[in-house]
Design a protein around this ligand. Sequence first.
Ligand code: F6P
Length: 386
Amino acid sequence: MPAKAKKKAATRGRPATKMPAPKDIKNIAILTGGGDCPGLNAVIRGVVRAAVNVHGWEVTGILDGFDGLIEGRTRKITSRDVRGLQARGGTILGTSNRGNPLNYPVEGENGVEYRDVTGTIVSNIRELGIDALIAVGGDGTMKITQAIFEKGVPVMGVPKTIDNDLKATDVTFGFNSAVSTATEALDRLHTTAESHHRVLVLEVMGRDSGWIALEAGIAGGADVILIPEIPFDIGKVCAHIRGRKKTGSRFSIAVVAEGAFPAGGKKIYEKEPGSDGTPGRLGGMGQWVSEQIALCANFETRTAVLGHMQRGGTPTTYDRILATRFGVEAVNNIALGNYGNLVCLKGTEIVCKKISEAIENINLVDPEGQLVKTAEALGITMGRPA
Ligand code: F6P
């Protein structure tokens, strides 16, 4: 590669301006962006405690994700403010998963226009006396964080999503809590399905990945698990349920990921994706599967949609620890000057990966992987077409 091209490749995604040195940092800010998830408050607590106790920094909380930075809505967070926060669901800072600062609606001469307002965010960060920013969020939040980094702001990312769909980290916090909630729901559905000799279908979240459905389905003893990574044959699902009936099992439990779809068919949206890039809202596949089973397997069926129950409430012990470690390590890496990185779990260690690279790859269930094979070995059908 010619020297000029080599230099360009090495500096891709790096800011053109010089960043402040870690020794000059006095005040860091934290925001939570995108959908909420159990463990966000534990991250905030980890960040505040490490910033104050280890580095003697102040912490500014940004309210409602990037909206707070566009509108200048912030509050100071002290060590006292985060007492007992590790056990609380949601985020004390508020969040937003609508409105993208890279394509933000502003009032223009001819009505509403969409503009990149990350320049405004950067000047507000400077005006607020913020020396570095920790952004906790999913891929959408990280794209904005990277844009701000490229404009010269020291940033650190903390990955969050119940969907567990980020390749850079072994696990995201929030996932374990969501799986626990879905497993508990399956345990409850089991007793009612068995008593009424019904087929009960549970629709779970996960967007385009099937991790929640697969893990909860295995833990909760499901008979059918349908995930987006394996487009299903409804005929196979019905045959499996009829087969169970023949051998004396007069009920069945199916877990359907919201993003699952029949082979040759389509995903079902409650709200279709917008032409401006706004993501759609998946929902309805559980009900569709339930109706099909009622027709083809001659069973009474019911559908339960777990929805935002998976996002709310107390985080599990696993998520509290992972979220706390992410928060503490995000602060420690700012102190090391490792700006522009995402804290990730690799094995038992928290490591750093460049945000620009980390957001590129989605973590999907491997249809031929060990976890799917485990489910199938248990006699669970994934609805695989022949
Ligand atoms: O990404 C997290 C998630 O909970 C998905 O599993 C789900 O599809 C989506 O967010 C729901 O988003 P909203 O809160 O906007 O309904």
